[in-house]
Design a protein around this ligand. Sequence first.
Ligand code: MSP
Length: 501
Amino acid sequence: MARYYVTTPIYYVNDAPHIGHAYTTITADALARWHRLKGDDVWFLTGTDEHGLKVKRSAEANGLSPQEQADVYSARFREAWALLDISNDDYIRTTEARHHRAVRALMQAAYNNGWITLGTYEGLYCVACEAYYVEDDLVDGLCPIHRRPVELLKESNYFFRLSAFSDRLVEWYADNPGAVTPEAKRNEALGLIKGGLQDISVTRTSLDWGVRVPWDGKHVFYVWYDALINYATAVGYGEDTVRFSAWWPAVHHLIGKDILRFHCVYWPALCMAAGIDPPHRVSVHGFLLVGGEKMSKTAFNQISPADLVPIFGVDGYRYHFLRDQQFGPDGDFSYEAMVARYNADLANNLGNLLARVSAVVHQKCAGIGPAPRPDSPLAGLAAEVYRSADAAWERPAPSEALEATWLLVRAANAALEAAEPWRAEPGPAVDAVLGDALEVLRIVAVLASPALTRSAAEIWRRIGLPGSPLDVCLPEAALWGGYPGGVAVERGTPLFPRLKA
Ligand code: MSP
């Protein structure tokens, strides 16, 4: 059985969950669900990043201890993911003892291998990024990401000898052409490596909110080095060799473009330094913008999932972000586009198909769904759609997977319109077109279930199928002819009531 280990970044506990965070998490969730359908053994990890100066300062501003701050905000992310039907198998918090143990073990291995040494560091530091910059990185003297002043920090630190890994990283990229996608992001990472790597400071003495360095208790690890290791912690690094080697390095990290350097340069090098293989895949997506700007607390332009779910439902929410935000480039969030997509694809297309088919089955077939034709003109399209959707989920390109899936929904609606079974006399011709449409609904319920966690199951139930589309196996479940016929079809309220524009 294939194994699929998928991760989201772990979110900082200084900020409330917004639709940008949710975008990565929903994409990871949909991929996890697709792989489960394919019969893979799946492990899906998300969680929160709880150490570092940023969290400490945020706690101070809120009159909380760092641990209290982490508890409150970590719970908010957990609630947001429950609201969005996120099916994670684990939820890691970097303040957990298991994570402290794994960070110590992994960094100790890199230290024992001679890749971590003591030195002095002086640099320009952005607290919001938790990262040092050189003068050249700054824009008008400000942090290039947050556009706020940087601070001059000087400390005695342990350094990771990143510069020694340039050649090995270039080789790793050459040997693993699919390791970082999309292509443009792979080139960006390679550009950073070829542009020259400097050793980087990986500990702090100026801060105590972190994981203590095992060989020198005056230091704690720099938050990014602690954070990256969460991916290893969660599958038993340092504690359960059998489990760790089952899941590692077959991991798929999903990340936003702002943390590419950490995941595509520092992390593979650190894995090499500690003597483990670098991750198999890192997929990098762009930002979700609001009014052309990145969302931030200071710009007061954050939208939270809880603002939208009451209007669109969980499925309407998930469908929009998966279908309309391409994985890779930046995309602007628009409420109008979200309403338009919901009305077009869910209310008018899928919802309407279900409503029409169930109404006509009651009118013409006494509520009993007929079987599809083995030689239906839709059978070939269904096979093609499955192939495209599978390839698209693999890229990963959820928007293309759903776009392909909806070709089948549209084709079934068009076939119904052409045959007009609601005008015809009951008989084989009516049975044929209704059976085909029911079969399309069955297949679409399976193929769309990574996005439509609830309505896929509801469609399944209404067309009279036992169990759930989540329990079937691909590719078998996508083969034409699975709808048995002779089962009772239910007529219900509209699955996706139209929204006013
Ligand atoms: N804690 C680090 C990640 C450590 S992973 C070992 C971090 N946290 S974060 O909360 O600031 O961001 C987490 C993820 O959310 C990043 O991938 C970031 O790109 C993503 N997003 C934050 N705002 C976003 C948008 N507006 N749009 C899309 N994703 C964005 O970085």
